[in-house]
Design a protein around this ligand. Structure first.
Ligand code: AMP
Ligand code: ZN
Ligand code: FE
Ligand code: FE
Length: 282
């Protein structure tokens, strides 16, 4: 069994449609794929409709969260699986994050225009194609203008990494844990020790998250060094959490292929067993 529990489609900042992603997952030899677009369930139905025989879809989302620490706040991502997509409180929270992402991207466009980059909001809306707007869509505009050769280059500090980066509205991570649990879902902390991405939350907070219902930690992820993967495994064992591995596939917006990291079948079964909001689709 090959199980990849973290992927993105054009419903957020991936480059394959949900249907194309399902076909690509089967071609990559996966048995189970989770669709976890940022802050949306918009890809669930088209992915389900395109499911090839033999592939199981775990509907999910990657929630933009923040931990409000005593002297600073830290952004983090929670993977949520198999929750009720019609749960009113969760829907409202996700809609608020998506709408603030649009407001934020418009302001980032303004910042870029003030520097003489002739990008327009209409262009970004075109790249986002109805999905959750993110910095990778702004990266496309920079690439088209020859200001970056890849999405990764567009995240350099003098571009989207810092200069044109603005904060967005995120969910308080403890609110998010409660919202997903109340919607019958299961949560896994995405790339929890990816120091290369910026500040990480202290382990004591991960312990509090575990007490608040967190189910697992994503250990095998391309943004973790081998030492960080081992550290996360040990931490999960200490806290009684499961560990997952996943590609965080983004199509051509990133270089990691589908199935680059995978999750053990018994962990997958435990996640499905704990979920009450929705079942895996096949
Ligand atoms: P946002 O959620 O709008 O702040 O954009 C963050 C997203 O951009 C992440 O979820 C990644 O998919 C992507 N991203 C961040 N850093 C990089 C990078 N260095 N190269 C490619 N994509 C990146
Ligand atoms: Zn992304
Ligand atoms: Fe993430
Ligand atoms: Fe992701």
């Amino acid at each position: 069994m090959r199980i990849d529990l973290h992927t993105h489609s054009i419903a957020s900042d991936g480059t394959l449609s949900p249907a194309e992603l399902m076909t690509a997952a089967a071609a990559a030899g996966l048995d189970v794929i989770a669709l976890t677009d940022h802050d949306t369930t918009g890809g669930w139905e088209p992915a389900r409709a395109a499911l090839p025989a033999g592939l199981t879809l775990v509907p999910g989302a990657e929630l933009s969260c923040r931990w409000y620490g005593p002297d600073q706040t830290t952004a983090l991502h929670l993977l949520a699986y198999l929750f009720d997509p019609d749960d009113p409180a969760l829907c409202e929270a996700l809609a608020a994050v998506r709408s603030d992402r649009e407001r934020r991207a418009q302001r980032m466009v303004d910042l870029m225009r003030a520097d003489g980059i002739d990008v327009t909001w209409e262009e970004i809306v075109r790249y986002a194609a109805g999905g959750t707007v993110g910095r990778p869509h702004l990266a496309q505009a920079l690439i088209r203008r020859g200001m970056a050769a890849s999405v990764s280059e567009a995240f350099a500090p003098h571009l989207l990494g810092e200069r044109y980066r603005l904060p967005k509205h995120d969910l308080d991570v403890f609110d998010a844990l409660r919202l997903v649990r109340d919607a019958g879902g299961v949560t896994v902390f995405a790339h929890p020790h990816a120091t290369k991405r910026g500040r990480i939350v202290p382990d004591a907070v991960i312990a509090e998250m575990a007490a608040a219902g967190l189910f697992g930690l994503e250990a095998d992820h391309d943004d973790h060094s081998p030492a960080e993967r081992a550290y996360v495994r040990a931490l999960a064992a200490d806290l009684g959490l499961v560990v997952t591995g996943s590609s965080d596939f983004h199509g051509t917006n990133k270089t990691v292929p589908l199935g680059a990291y995978t999750t053990a079948p018994d962990v997958y079964e435990r996640i499905v067993g704990a979920a009450k909001g929705y079942g895996p689709l096949r």
